[in-house]
Design a protein. Structure first.
Length: 243
């Protein structure tokens, strides 16, 4: 399901200069294994919290993000809010809702995702509910929940993303089969909402949308600041309000 909401790494070696022979380099800690493809996972509700404070995907209840996409068919505005969510697969969640409207204010889409953070700091996506509209008329309803009809939760954001790392974002056969891969870290980006450093770039793809590669940029303490498939197809953050 697009927009695709959530890294093999060449480890950096550090060496210390000591008196006498040099110490052997010590590899940086490897990231925790994250789910891939349709790999089943068992999640312990006791290890999860609704306090989602991952620096690259902070989802505090009451937060609000405003986005703008410009294109030949006119502007599309998206308002994102976070509220308490339901229990999914026995795990308490927060609900991130994205409502998109066209240039005339007509409703285009209404997507809600349910998230929780594990004890390591990974943010998990546990399900989604989507409603599509045309000229304000409901045209389609879709969704999935972890644990129902073979659907598996995925990772929306790794605790410590590193270049090359990849993970499953969601798996519900034929509905959501999304994968994320960290392209780079330490980027800089300027959007209407501000200029950001230490940005990470994540590419999201899905076999259900072949040929589509969605590049998403996340800034620390803010979250998603830009999403693009090309220079002509870009959505930028225009305002962010902390709760």
């Amino acid at each position: 399901m697009l927009p695709l909401q959530p890294l093999a790494l060449a480890l950096t070696l550090t060496a210390s200069l000591l008196a006498g022979p040099a110490a052997a380099p010590t590899p940086a800690p490897a990231p925790s294994p994250l789910p891939q493809g349709d790999q089943p996972v068992r999640l312990d509700p006791a290890r999860f919290t609704t306090r989602v404070d991952n620096p690259y995907l902070p989802l505090a209840v009451g937060g609000r993000w405003s986005y703008l996409a410009t294109g030949p068919d006119g502007d599309v505005r998206t308002e994102v809010t976070v509220a308490p969510g339901p229990d999914v697969a026995g795990i308490a969640t927060v609900a991130m809702r994205s409502v998109s409207t066209d240039a005339g204010g007509g409703l285009i889409g209404d997507l809600t995702g349910w998230y929780a953070q594990d004890g390591d700091g990974n943010v998990w996506l546990l399900g989604e509910s989507a409603r599509d509209y045309a000229a304000g008329t409901l045209t389609g309803v879709d969704g999935w929940q972890a644990g129902a009809e073979g659907a598996q939760a995925g990772v929306a954001m790794a605790a410590r993303p590193v270049a090359g790392q990849s993970w499953r974002i969601a798996y519900s056969r034929g509905r959501a089969e999304d994968t994320g891969r960290v392209l780079s870290v330490g980027e800089q980006v300027s959007v209407a909402a501000g200029a950001y450093r230490d940005v990470i770039a994540i590419e999201q793809t899905s076999p259900l949308e072949r040929g589509v590669r969605l590049r998403r940029l996340y800034a620390p303490q803010v979250g998603l600041v830009r999403s693009e498939t090309s220079a002509a197809d870009r959505t930028d953050l225009v305002a962010y309000r902390k709760p």
